[in-house]
Ligand binder design. Structure first.
Ligand SMILES: [Fe+2]
Ligand SMILES: [Fe+2]
Length: 293
C-alpha cells in the first residue's frame, strides 16, 4: 500500500512539474519573441523566467525525467532554450558555483541561441544536410545573438560571452573565432556541454534522437578536445545516477532495467533482464536504444 501511495505522489508531482515546465516554456517563448521583435530584454521579465526555473531546483530528478516528454510538445528552439538553461543550471549547482553564477547560467542557457531567430527558416529546419554556404549562414547565429543582446544593459558580459562563444571548441576547431580552451570562460563551457547534450537527445527534422547512454558514450570517447573534460565529467558523474531504476529497451528488442552505473564508464551500466544481470562493459554488443520510464 505504501508503495502505491508513493507512486501516486510521484505521478502527481510529475504532472505539476510538466504544467509548471509548460508555463516556463511559455514565458521563455514570450521573452525570446520580444527580443527577436527588437523590444530588447527587460530585466524584470528575464528575472521572472529565471526565478521560475530556479524554483525547480528541488525537483532535479523530475527535470531529468521530463526533458524528453516536454520537448515533443513544443517548438524546438523554445524548449531547447529551456532545456539548455535547466541543464546548465544543474551543472552549475553540481560544480557548487555561487547563486549569482547559477542565475547567469540560467540566463545564458535561455538566450544562447537567440541569434537563430535571424537565421532563415529554410536553413534552420532543413531536413537534409546543410550546404557549405548554408552552414556558414547558420554559424552566424552566434554573432547575431551577440549583436541583439549587446545593446541591452541588463545582460551580463558572461552571458554575452556564452551567446557568442558557445560553439567554440577546446582545440580551437569551433566558431565563430576558433578560440582555444584558455580563452573560453567556464560559463560558456557549461552551456556548450548542455547544448550538445540537449541537441543529441532531441528528435530533429534531420535526425532521430539518441538515447542518453549513446550521448554519454560520445562524451566519454569522442568529445576530447571539443568539450571541457571537467564539465563533461561533472555532467556524466551526476546525471547518470538519475537513470538507475529506469526501464530501457535494447537494440535486441528486449526490455531491461538499469541497476548500477559505473562512475568510470557511465555509458555502460549494469542492466537486468528478468533474472539475468548484464555488465555492458563486458558484453559490448548490448546497446540501449531508448529509455521507457
Ligand atoms: Fe547555438
Ligand atoms: Fe543550442
Amino acid at each position: 500500500m505504501q508503495i502505491f501511495e508513493e507512486e501516486f505522489e510521484d505521478i502527481e508531482s510529475e504532472h505539476l512539474f510538466i504544467k509548471k515546465h509548460a508555463e516556463n516554456v511559455k514565458k521563455a517563448k514570450e521573452l525570446i519573441n520580444d527580443i527577436s521583435n527588437g523590444k530588447g530584454v527587460e530585466a524584470s521579465q528575464m528575472d521572472n523566467v529565471v526565478d521560475s526555473v530556479l524554483d525547480r531546483l528541488e525537483e532535479r530528478r523530475d527535470i531529468v525525467s521530463c526533458l524528453n516528454q516536454i520537448r515533443t510538445v513544443d517548438e524546438y528552439l523554445y524548449s531547447h532554450s529551456i532545456n539548455v538553461s535547466l541543464i546548465s543550471m544543474l551543472i552549475g549547482k553540481w560544480m557548487k558555483l555561487g547563486e549569482d553564477k547559477v542565475r547567469l547560467l540560467v540566463q545564458a542557457g535561455l538566450l544562447h541561441d537567440i541569434g537563430k531567430t535571424k537565421t532563415p527558416y529554410e536553413i534552420l529546419n532543413k531536413p537534409g544536410k546543410l550546404t557549405k554556404e548554408e552552414f556558414e549562414e547558420m554559424k552566424k547565429h552566434t554573432i547575431y545573438g551577440y549583436r541583439i543582446l549587446e545593446q541591452s544593459s541588463s545582460v551580463d558580459k558572461d552571458v554575452l560571452a556564452a551567446v557568442l562563444m558557445h560553439h567554440e571548441k577546446e582545440d580551437g576547431s569551433g566558431y565563430p573565432t576558433g578560440l582555444t580552451s584558455e580563452k573560453i570562460n567556464l560559463l560558456t563551457k557549461i552551456v556548450s556541454v548542455a547544448d550538445i547534450f540537449d541537441a543529441m537527445t532531441s528528435n530533429r527534422v534531420y535526425k532521430e534522437k539518441e538515447s542518453p547512454f549513446e550521448v554519454f558514450k560520445y562524451m566519454e570517447e569522442d568529445s576530447l578536445g571539443k568539450l571541457s573534460p571537467i564539465v563533461v565529467n561533472v555532467l556524466l558523474s551526476n546525471l547518470a545516477n538519475y537513470y538507475i531504476g529506469d526501464r530501457v529497451s535494447l537494440s535486441s528488442g528486449e526490455i531491461a532495467e538499469i541497476v548500477y552505473v559505473n562512475p568510470r564508464c557511465v555509458s555502460k551500466p549494469i542492466i537486468k533482464i528478468g533474472d539475468r544481470y548484464i555488465d555492458m562493459l563486458v558484453e559490448k554488443d548490448v546497446k540501449i536504444k531508448e529509455i521507457i520510464a
